[in-house]
Each structure stands twice: as C-alpha cells, then as structure tokens.
Design a protein. Structure first.
Length: 139
C-alpha cells in the first residue's frame, strides 16, 4: 500500500512541475511551491516583481550543478549526502538560499569531524559571507 502511494505521488509530482532551474547548463525541473516553502530566497524571488517570478526558467550561475542537485535532493527527500570535500560548498549554498535545516546538518557534520587540520577551513566560511557569530556559536 505504501509503495503504491509513493508511486502515485511521484507520478503526480512530475505532472505539476512549473519551473526549471538552469545551473551552468544543467536543468533541474522543480515546483515553485516546494522551493518557496523551503527557502526564503526562492520565496522572495517568486513573490516579487523580479523577472524570475514570471518566467518558467530560472538561471542560477553562482552555484555548482552538483551542489544544486544535492540541495534539491535534500529539499525533496530530507536526505543529504555530505562529504569532507563538499560540505563547505553545500554550507555556502544553504546560506545563500537561507535553508537553516541544511545549515544545521552541515554544522553537525563539521562538529563531529573538528580537528586541527580542518579548523581553519571552517573559519574560511566567514569569507564566504557567513556571519562570524554563527560560526563561533557552533564551534
């Protein structure tokens, strides 16, 4: 019964896609409602008079396509594949899109692996625009 329900939901979700995020040549079909519900960044974009609020395609040039794929996977499934190689990029994009739940997952990942060799990398996040008080609060 549960499997059938998931299949129906997935089939319906594909029919109601209403925007495409274009990230450096890669396209991600999405739902504006889902993006707006999870991210104040997208909410503001879609509710404003910005060009993106009227177009089906939204270009995001400041994001790596692989990171965007991981962020979208998390938004739709609450599952996030974090590694030591991608955590800083995911952290930065979560900050850009203002998605605190991803921020929390990244902080937890970093806290568990905090050591002398990576502590400077954590403080480099401040250079990416993250508020220093948040960095200090968690570390």
């Amino acid at each position: 019964q549960e499997k059938k329900r998931k299949q129906l939901l997935n089939a319906m979700a594909l029919k109601f896609l209403d925007c495409v995020l274009k990230v450096k040549g890669k396209e991600f079909p999405c739902h504006r409602l889902v993006l707006a519900a999870c991210s104040p960044y997208f909410r503001a974009m879609f509710l404003s008079d910005m060009e993106e609020s009227k177009k089906r395609e939204v270009s995001l040039e400041d994001v790596d396509p692989d990171v965007m794929g991981k962020i979208l996977h998390y938004i739709y499934t609450s599952e996030l594949e974090i590694t030591e190689q991608n955590v800083q990029d995911i952290f930065s994009v979560a900050n850009m899109f203002q998605i605190p739940s991803i921020f929390t997952v990244c902080v937890s990942f970093l806290q568990k692996r905090l050591c002398l060799s990576n502590c400077l990398a954590i403080f480099r996040l401040v250079d990416q625009g993250l508020p220093i008080n948040l960095i200090i609060m968690y570390f």
